[in-house]
Design a protein around this ligand. Structure first.
Ligand code: ADP
Length: 419
């Protein structure tokens, strides 16, 4: 204002005299100062907002804000370094091997245990691709599946050791950005498992002959002229022997599958014919139960798939037997079949009591029987057999159930190439 007053005053007082120029200069100087201050506000205000300051920042505050920003940057870097170091030391101490394959498909991160467990001649290095890292045909295929979003688990043999490899799609922000792979040494567990399987297989095999002999003796006993109590005893003996025979049959079947002794025999199967034979089998086995079968297969006619028909029937028969067993009197068991471009899908549903959520994961374990099912006959091995057969066929079995609303078992088997 002072500049403006002096400038204008001089110009008015001296008219366009020799001093009018000086007055004009003073006015202009003032205008320049005013504009400069306005400019500073234009720059300082957004900068102040940038620094999360509520008030517009004075130019004098800028150095302070700058050094606060620098400090914050340093703190962040220090924290990132600390986290990086922590991650490195965890990776180094882990007994399990850990490998991260990036979006390009090559190795980005690995820990010393991975190097030790894989035991390759050449050391692991960033940028290596799966065939060079694993040197076996199965691992790159499993890894590829994980890149498509499907987790995989498989075994690897490395110099007298057995490793379990698990590949998990790595998708920190939704889309698959890589594959995280873990390796653990299961040599000891596998040895114990093999001993257990051999033991069960031997025992069930050895018991078959005496059990058959007891059954024949019990049948003969029934033919005898016995008192009423004697007849009842003979029948009870026969029922127990039948339960024992069933258990031994399931046990030896399960140990055959688990030990890899069971070989699949896939063949081209016409689905219309297969579904018709399922209906006939149901009538023979469960016709007297009073439970109805609703078999839904919508073609198209002439559809065929490559599958082991005997093992597929075994899977479905186990599921259907359970569904019949748990159905209310006069209830309906629904079996649905569908062939998609990628797989063959089956659903077996009933309107029984269903399975509590807490027990759903456990019913596929051998000998597990849900609390509510203890009153029903059974060995607790049927679903374990189904699970192993499905895996052997490259597929999976799952269950969906809400207590009181029945259970629905779903089998998905990948399609094999036609022959
Ligand atoms: P089990 O011989 O006891 O039927 P499974 O292995 O076939 O043995 O089944 C294990 C358990 O799973 C059963 O004891 C039962 O608790 C549960 N389960 C299986 N199927 C059904 C079903 N359809 N409805 C209700 N519970 C079922």
């Amino acid at each position: 204002m002072l500049f403006l007053g002096v400038g204008l005053g001089m110009t008015l007082r001296h008219g366009l005299s020799s001093l009018w120029v000086l007055g004009l200069i003073v006015t202009l100087a003032w205008l320049v100062v005013l504009m400069a201050r306005w400019q500073v506000r234009l720059v300082a205000e957004p900068l102040g907002q940038l620094l999360n300051e509520a008030r517009p920042m004075a130019i004098a505050d800028l150095p302070g804000a700058w050094s606060a920003l620098e400090q914050e940057n340093l703190d962040l870097k220090e924290r990132a370094d600390r986290e990086d170091q922590l991650l490195r030391s965890i990776m180094t101490r882990l007994e399990e091997g850990l490998l991260l394959f990036g979006a390009e498909g090559s190795l980005e991160i690995f820990n010393p245990a991975a190097q030790r467990l894989l035991g390759l001649g050449a050391p692991l290095a960033q940028g290596m691709f799966p065939p060079a890292v694993f040197q076996d045909p199965e691992s790159p295929v499993a890894l590829q599946r994980a890149y498509l979003g499907v987790p995989s688990e498989w075994r690897l043999s490395r110099a007298a050791r057995i490793l379990r490899a698990r590949a998990i799609p790595f998708a920190p922000s939704g889309a698959v950005a890589g594959v995280l792979l873990t390796l653990d040494d299961i040599t000891r567990q596998e040895a114990l498992e093999t001993t257990r399987q051999k033991f069960i297989s031997n025992v069930s095999h050895e018991l078959k002959t005496p059990v058959t002999a007891i059954r024949i003796a019990a049948e003969n006993l029934q033919e005898e002229r016995l008192s009423e109590a004697g007849q009842a005893n003979a029948q009870a003996l026969l029922r127990s022997v039948d339960r024992l025979a069933l258990l031994l049959g399931d046990l030896s079947e399960l140990s055959r599958i688990e030990s890899g002794a069971l070989r699949l025999a896939p063949e081209q199967v016409d689905l219309d014919g297969f579904v018709a034979s399922l209906r006939e089998d149901f009538e023979v086995r469960h016709g007297a139960s009073g439970v109805h079968l609703d078999l839904q297969w919508a073609g198209p006619a002439g559809t065929s798939v490559v599958v082991d028909p005997l093992r597929l029937s075994q899977i479905l028969e186990n599921l259907v037997s359970n569904a019949v067993k748990f159905s209310p009197p006069g209830g309906t068991v629904t079996v649905r079949a569908e062939r998609t471009d990628r797989d063959l899908q089956w659903e077996v549903a009933d309107a029984g009591p269903g399975i509590p959520e807490a027990e759903q994961a456990r019913i596929f374990e051998r000998f597990y029987r849900a609390q509510a099912a203890k009153a029903k006959p059974g060995t607790g091995l049927g679903l374990a057999i189904v699970k192993h057969l499905c895996r052997l066929m490259g597929g999976e079995v799952t269950v969906e159930s809400h207590p009181g609303e029945g259970a629905c078992f779903r089998v998905v088997l990948p399609l094999q190439p036609s022959r």
